[in-house]
Design a protein around this ligand. Structure first.
Ligand code: 4AD
Ligand code: MG
Length: 461
C-alpha cells in the first residue's frame, strides 16, 4: 500500500511501477467508456487522479459511485511531467470498501465556515480544514521539538486543581456532589468536605503554578496541555477549552523569556513553512492574501518592544481610541493591541511593565512600585498571543499581594513555600495555541482551528 504523500515526495521511485492505494472519492466523472476519480487518502493535502475504463469488470458501478465512498485501487503509476498533475494512476482494479450515501453534505461547492461548524465530524474532509488540522499537528510537534532540543523538561500539569492560577474566578467547577441535592453542614451550607477531593476543585485555567514548582527543580520546563476558562465571552478569539504552552525558567528575568518567546514563534513559523508548503500556499491564496509576506516578515524581523506607558502615549498621540478610553491604568482593548502591532510597528510587538492593578497576583513588582515585570506579545490579525511575566520571588511581597487581593494564604501555602526553600528569580509565559494557529493560517475564528470547539453553547460533538 502506497500513500499519496509518498507519490508526490518520491515520484521518481514510482515511475512505471504498480501501486495500491486506498482512500475516499472527492469527485468522479465519466464518459461512456472511461472515467476519472480524484482520490484523497488523507496522507497529503492533494489527491491523485485515477483513470479507469471499460476494462474494469465493475466499470459501470465505479462510474456511479457517490462522492466520499471509500475504495481500494490497484494500478499503474504513469508519469505525466507536462500535465497539471505530475502523475496519474491507470486503474487495473478498483474495489469498493464503503459506499457513501448520495446525500453526503459536502458536495463539490463552497460551504460557509458557519455551516461547516454544524458538521464538525465531517469538516476535516474539506481542503480548508484538512490544511488547518495538519498545521495544528505540525505546529504542536514543532513546539515540542523547539523546547526538547533546548533540554527543557515537559511537565504534565494537572487538569483538576484546587487553585485558581489567574485569580480571576473564571473556572469550571468539578464536583461529584448531587447538585440538586447537595450534602449540607450544620449551618445548612453545602458541605464540600463530602466531595471527592474534600474540597472545591475546578478545571485548570493555567498550568503555571505547577510549572513554577518544576522549574525550581529542573530549571527549564514547559507544559503543553488543555486549559479551561468559564468566561462567557462570545468572541472569535476566546474558547472555553483551549491549549496552552507554558515555559517556565529558573534564574531568568523578563527579557530572557521575551527572547525565548520570539525565538519560539519564529521557529514554528519556519517549521510549518518548510514542512507544509502546499497548505501554506493554499491559505495564502484562499484564506488571507498576503499571509506568507506577513509570516516571512515576522520571521525575519526583530519583534518590537515597548513599555505599557509608552504604548499609552502612542495611542493617545494617534488620536485613535476605537471607542474605548485610553488612560494610564486601564487595560488595552483588542482594538488598541491590533492598532499597535498592525499600524504602528507593523510586526509582532512585546508590551512590557503593565500597571500592577490590571495584572495577576504572581507578577514581580517593579522598583517603581506601580508596574509589574509583565509582557504581552501582540501580533497582527490577533492581538494578544502570549502573556507572561517575571514571577514575584520575594515571599513577603507575594504574601502581601495575596492578602491584599482577598485571596487566602492557606490556599497558596505550597506556592509560598517555593519562595522559602531556595527560591530564585524565575520567569515564564503562556502562549494560546489556538491563537497561534489562527496567526499561522489566517483563519479568523477560533472555532475553526479547534477540532471540536468548546465555545458558548457549543458542546455537541
Ligand atoms: O494571558 P493569560 O491568561 O496568561 C496565563 O494564563 C499565564 N498563567 C501564562 C503564564 O505566564 N504561564 O493566557 C495566556 C494566553 C493568552 O495570551 C492567550 O493567547 C491565551 O492564553 N488565552 C486564550 N485562548 C483562547 N481562549 C481563551 N479563552 C483564552 N484565554 C487566554
Ligand atoms: Mg493575558
Amino acid at each position: 500500500q502506497a500513500l499519496i504523500k509518498d507519490l508526490y515526495r518520491n515520484t521518481d521511485s514510482y515511475i512505471d511501477q504498480k501501486v495500491q492505494l486506498s482512500g475516499w472519492i472527492r469527485t468522479v466523472r465519466d464518459s461512456k467508456t472511461f472515467g476519472f476519480i480524484e482520490l484523497n487518502d488523507g496522507s497529503f493535502f492533494k489527491g491523485v487522479q485515477i483513470v479507469f475504463d471499460e476494462q474494469l469488470e465493475n466499470f459501470k458501478e465505479i462510474a456511479k459511485l457517490p462522492i466520499s465512498s471509500s475504495i481500494k485501487v490497484e494500478g499503474d503509476f504513469i508519469h505525466t511531467p507536462q500535465a497539471k498533475q505530475p502523475f496519474e494512476i491507470k486503474a487495473t482494479n478498483i474495489s469498493i470498501e464503503g459506499l457513501s450515501n448520495t446525500d453526503y453534505p459536502l458536495q463539490k461547492k463552497k460551504h460557509s465556515f458557519e455551516y461547516l461548524r454544524t458538521i464538525s465530524h465531517l469538516r476535516p474532509r474539506t481542503n480548508t480544514f484538512s490544511a488547518v488540522f495538519r498545521i495544528r499537528s505540525l505546529a504542536s510537534y514543532a513546539i515540542h521539538k523547539f523546547f526538547q532540543d533546548k533540554g527543557f523538561v515537559y511537565v504534565h500539569s494537572p487538569i483538576i486543581t484546587g487553585s485558581d492560577t489567574e485569580g480571576a474566578g473564571e473556572m469550571f467547577r468539578v464536583t461529584t456532589l448531587d447538585i440538586d441535592n447537595p450534602p449540607k453542614n450544620d449551618e445548612g451550607k453545602t458541605d464540600l468536605t463530602k466531595d471527592f477531593f474534600n474540597k472545591e476543585t475546578n478545571l485548570t485555567v493555567s498550568g503555571q503554578l505547577s510549572a513554577e514548582a518544576f522549574a525550581l527543580a529542573f530549571r527549564n520546563v514547559y507544559t503543553f496541555g488543555p486549559t479551561f476558562r468559564a468566561e462567557n465571552s462570545n468572541t472569535a478569539r476566546h474558547a472555553a477549552e483551549f491549549w496552552m504552552i507554558e515555559p517556565e525558567l529558573a534564574f531568568a528575568e523578563l527579557p530572557d523569556i521575551m527572547d525565548l518567546a520570539e525565538d519560539m514563534v519564529k521557529y514554528v513559523i519556519g517549521y510549518v513553512l518548510e514542512q507544509a508548503p502546499e497548505e501554506m500556499n493554499f491559505f495564502n491564496s484562499f484564506i488571507e492574501k498576503g499571509l506568507l509576506d506577513r509570516l516571512n516578515n515576522a520571521h525575519d524581523s526583530s519583534f518590537g518592544r515597548v513599555t505599557y506607558t509608552e504604548a499609552i502615549e502612542i495611542l493617545k498621540e494617534s488620536g485613535e481610541n476605537f471607542g474605548y478610553p485610553v488612560e494610564w491604568g486601564l487595560d488595552l482593548q483588542t482594538e488598541h493591541e491590533r492598532f499597535l502591532c498592525e499600524k504602528v510597528f507593523k510586526k509582532p510587538v512585546f508590551v512590557t511593565d503593565y500597571p500592577k492593578e490590571i495584572k495577576a497576583f504572581y507578577m514581580r513588582l517593579n522598583e517603581d512600585n506601580k508596574t509589574v515585570a509583565a509582557t504581552d506579545l501582540l501580533v497582527p490579525g490577533i492581538g494578544e498571543l502570549i502573556g507572561g511575566s517575571q514571577r514575584e520571588e520575594r515571599e513577603d511581597i507575594l504574601a502581601g499581594k495575596i492578602n491584599d487581593l482577598g485571596m487566602s494564604e492557606e490556599d497558596y501555602w505550597w506556592y509560598l513555600e517555593l519562595r522559602k526553600y531556595g527560591g530564585t528569580k524565575h520567569s515564564g509565559y503562556g502562549l494560546g495555541f489556538e491563537r497561534l494557529i489562527m496567526y499561522l493560517t489566517g483563519m479568523s475564528n477560533i472555532r475553526d482551528v479547534i477540532p471540536f470547539p468548546r465555545t458558548t453553547g457549543n458542546a455537541e460533538f
